[in-house]
Ligand binder design. Sequence first.
Ligand SMILES: *Cc1c(COP(=O)(O)O)cnc(C)c1O
Length: 375
Amino acid sequence: MTQTKIWLSSPHMGTNEQRYVQEAFDTNWVAPLGPNVDRFEEAIQNFVGNDIQVAALSSGTAAIHLALEILGVSQGDEVICQSFTFSASANPIKYLGANPIFVDSERDTWNISPVLLEEAIKDRLKNGVKPKAIVAVHLYGMPYKVEEIRKVADSYGIPIVEDSAEALGSMYKGKNCSSFGDIGILSFNGNKIITTSGGGAMTTKSLEIKKKAVFLATQARDDAPHYQHSNVGYNYRMSNILAGIGRGQMEVLPNRVAARRANHEFYKSRLGDMSEIEFLDEPNGFYSNRWLTCILTPSFEKREMIRLALLEEDIESRPLWKPMHLQPVFKNALHFSDGTSEDLFERGLCLPSGSNLETSDLERIVHLIIKKLAK
Ligand SMILES: *Cc1c(COP(=O)(O)O)cnc(C)c1O
């Protein structure tokens, strides 16, 4: 019997995406602006918070780049960044000629440690440099310790870029992720909880920041009948075609969160009693969209054994993110680490987590894992 491939996290379209794309064709709004972009931004605002301004952009990476630029990051500056993350959290620091300072995670959320964060800031101040910004990440959908991180950031007057690329639909104490940073960012890449095939957004409480982001994202054109520029601009605005997909996806977002959380519950109910498998539970007041369900195994060898057994059956799983301070590209960067993310990387595995998985897919996966560990 040939069985179909199971993906880690694949796109899951709803019902109205094509209709909104068709509308763009019918009205010839085939451009990086238009009614779908406006409606998509409104839908995100309605979801994340009515006090939040939204700028739809070409990617989450572009959103981080603009966020850092708007916060004044430039050549030679230092920016603190969670080490345990995808490279897109850190790369824009380099685009601006600044240097990332990586900070390790804590065990409760796998996100940036408030203790190590403060240690890093104190060290940099002692060396005469004040970091320009902090990039904190809600990894795999689990919120970082919002209040603790905010307290440290505020006591040194450093703004936060809240990387919510994996956390649309997650909440901290009843409030949505992407509403906590001085600037928040979202991603709609193909493997995220909802997708526009590729895309992102900036979220902020400041209308001025939103306007600045849209200005920079559309080549920084001054107000003149001809093309005039006093700033270096970018081509980072979202296309009206892709925003049509986004409008449709926002309508099904609550379903997608529910489905991913149900996947997590399924894995936990079937594997949670095994002594060799650990899950990351939600601390009190934390609500994860469970973008990806991750497990911790006892060792690198066990993790690889499970990953390869799944691969052999055409099931895609993936080791947890390799910390940035271990990446060749960032080998010269300063880092404040205590081994937490290295350990998570060694022992951790992301299981297939798409909102379109069937119960039979999930059964296939847990059967294999149970069989493999029983040996
Ligand atoms: C996906 C992702 C990004 C980047 O988003 P793109 O839209 O792919 O550019 C940034 N940070 C994290 C943590 C991500 O997972």
